[in-house]
Ligand binder design. Structure first.
Ligand SMILES: *Cc1c(COP(=O)(O)O)cnc(C)c1O
Length: 430
């Protein structure tokens, strides 16, 4: 990793076109005249893939100033089993997860690893503050692994009901600490707890979809597909929670067009949600940039019913300039819905035909592809990219001894911010 140089780029506000230098962690807020995502504009227009650098093979188009240990890149291959079953001539699977037979080595088994390696690679190595990540599962596991193996201080906040999602191959470095909100709390309560910790100047937020590193990390799935296939696909299938991964795929598509060697087409984004939790589907059907009202108690109930819990984001970057609504319009895309029953059937079929166990969210994407093919929505000759966002957890757990990260403290749901600040400051002051 010796001859690595930080990537050169500037930032551009999508809404106004204003360009500026990356001089801080929190992008945009004081540089964009209106609410908008900010994009990285990379100096290098033709990407040079450096395979020996694992995930950082795509570093020409990642906003990173250092490379971290233990990373893995998404793997793209041409489908045989599923493609034959569906009568598709050019179906490509981009695999994010663990499957040694395919060369897929993400040991936390989801594409959240791509964002964690990118976000933490953007961080300065003399950062004194502690990174805070609130999550229901996959994101927490990905950041925990990257930070543990690279000695980066991290505070995770998860709901107590999701502690079983924090499984690891080996005990974590004590620079990673976990807090939880008591049983009965959900993802939104974990976010609230994380926000309370952030009231202390010792901590800083990861930033979510607004962080260019998060999106450009996830964009490596599209880069993996296009550089393996040799062209930009015609369709991109992915199950969405926040929609960040799909926005990232579109942004990567724009860079690939500029590169010039991968064609000039725009892949149609075919994104899917798990019914009955379908707020983006509802807004898209109504042809509305704004999300429609979604009562909290209904959202909580719907989120508790769906199999693919990671898809239950209630405040996605859908309406914001440069967000999912714009991405769907620009790519002539669509939002599809999948029930739990369709998802479970698709997971079984995928494992049988491709030999890989997949996450319920990835199975939502597979089911949406099956529905789109059955409904005549895709041309059978088209080049289709199926983003398998999580895979191999069953295999990984069967092949490894698993340990669980234990919380330092579990807070009641009605805790006051002062008490949280005092507790988390003490955790990192020793
Ligand atoms: C987070 C996640 C998704 C959804 O990704 P978004 O970028 O939030 O839309 C899909 N699948 C898996 C396995 C995930 O962990």
């Amino acid at each position: 990793m010796s001859n690595f140089k930080p990537t050169n780029y500037t930032l551009r506000c999508v809404a106004t076109g204003h360009e500026f230098a990356d001089h801080g962690w929190d992008l945009a807020d004081n540089e964009c005249a209106e609410p908008s995502l900010v994009r990285a504009i990379y100096e290098k227009k033709k990407i040079e893939v450096k395979e020996e650098l694992d995930f950082y093979r795509f570093c020409d188009w990642l906003p990173v100033r250092r490379m971290l240990k233990g990373s893995a890149a998404p793997v793209t291959f041409r489908s045989k089993g599923l493609a034959a079953h569906l009568g598709l001539e050019n179906l490509y699977i981009t695999l994010n997860g663990y499957s040694p037979a395919h060369g897929a080595k993400m040991t936390t088994c989801s594409f959240k690893e791509t964002e964690a390696y990118s976000v933490c690679g953007r961080m300065s190595d003399d950062e004194k503050r502690v990174l805070v990540v609130a999550s229901a599962g996959n994101t927490a596991r990905a950041f925990a692994k990257v930070c543990s193996e690279n000695n980066i201080r991290l505070l995770l906040s998860v709901p107590a009901d999701n502690l079983n999602a924090l499984w690891f191959e080996k005990p974590l470095n004590p620079c990673v600490k976990l807090i939880a909100c008591e049983q009965g709390g959900d993802y939104f309560d974990a976010i609230r707890l994380g926000d309370m910790a952030l009231q202390s100047p010792m901590f800083y937020a990861e930033g979510g979809a607004k962080n260019i590193a998060r999106r450009d990390g996830m964009a490596t799935t599209m880069l993996s597909a296009a550089t393996t296939i040799g062209r930009i696909p015609d369709y991109y299938f992915q199950a969405v929670g926040s929609g960040t991964g799909a926005i990232a795929a579109w942004e990567a598509n724009l860079r690939l067009i500029e590169d010039g060697r991968f064609g000039d087409n725009t892949a149609k984004l075919m994104v899917s949600q798990n019914a009955p939790f379908v707020p983006m589907y509802d807004a898209w059907r109504a042809d509305s940039r704004e999300m429609l009202p979604y009562e909290t108690h209904r959202a909580r109930r719907d989120a508790s019913i769906i199999d693919a819990k990671v898809l239950s984001n209630r405040k996605p970057p859908y309406s914001i300039k440069g967000g999912l609504y714009d991405a769907l319009k620009a790519t002539d895309g669509d939002v599809l819905v999948v029930t739990n029953a369709q998802e479970r059937k698709a997971a079984r079929l995928f494992e049988e035909l491709e030999g890989i166990d997949i996450h319920p969210a990835a199975a939502v994407a597979v089911a949406s592809l099956i529905k789109a093919v059955d409904g005549g929505q895709v041309d059978k000759k088209a080049t289709i990219m199926l983003n398998i966002t999580g895979a191999g957890e069953k295999r990984f757990k069967a092949e490894h001894d698993i340990v669980y990260l234990q919380p330092e403290k579990i807070f009641p749901l009605n805790v006051e911010a002062d008490a949280v600040v005092e507790a988390v400051e003490a955790m990192f002051s020793e």
